[in-house]
Design a protein around this ligand. Sequence first.
Ligand code: NAD
Length: 265
Amino acid sequence: MECRLDGQVAIVTGASSGLGEAIALLFGKAGASVVVNYHGNRDSAEDVAERIRADNGRAIAIRADVGEEAAVSALFARTTEHFGAVDILVANSGIQQDASLSEMTLQQWQAVIDTNLTGQFLCMKEAIRQFRAQSQRSASRARGKILCMSSVHDVIPWAGHVNYAASKGGTAMLMKSVAQEVAAEGIRVNAIAPGAIRTAINAENTEGEAGQRLLQLIPYGRIGVTEDVARAALFLVSDMADYVVGTTLYVDGGMTLYPGFRNNG
Ligand code: NAD
């Protein structure tokens, strides 16, 4: 049995770049109709959708700020108008605005929480309402699937990034609590926690000397690529993972093994 998504509709938020882009492209290859959500970069989102279509897939790009309730409702409404249903949500959008705690402005705190945590809440809420509103679909054993994009910083504290770490710690419990709430309806909710994956969000930390230092934190000895996360995402939303409910899959080359303790700490 392969990880296929034929006949299913997937919304991937923040899919104009990085992990979201790789997930959208792979889901398209796996047979899903894909909504490439974007915030600022329309051209990139249209390009991702076009690449899916050029590969014989189905895709459209839709703009929405995931932190705004009306925009998220409109994203789901346009998706159902265009593709008729929603089977999969990947709540992937996320930002960083770094500062030490004493220097962090309320605006920096709020911006990160709004996108990374409230954005997940709004998208999950809309997805669950949609799953309930539509009759059970035949393409998947589950009534609906939600995948939250967390981070290793849902368990590893991160000085200088407390807004980000708090948002991802919040995502971990949001995911589990929602999973517990809706599992009996046949809705599967899970999360992926990536380690260091080379994308725009962390370009400064993954290149050159900084990249070499980072490798000391990764037992598997390489920085991740977006496809590492996309393959894990495909598995988790496919029927291959039909009994996986309320779990966070760490895709991190072993970063959460705390390699600093390898030689007796
Ligand atoms: P990225 O910057 O390429 O992607 C983030 C995406 O979110 C962008 O496409 C951006 O436009 C979108 N976005 C930002 N604000 C938005 C908003 N208000 N509404 C809708 N979309 C919005 O970086 P990435 O690495 O691909 O990050 C994707 C997710 O993975 C994030 O949640 C990030 O926290 C998480 N993550 C990444 C890594 C990594 O190493 N790259 C590690 C752990 C977690």
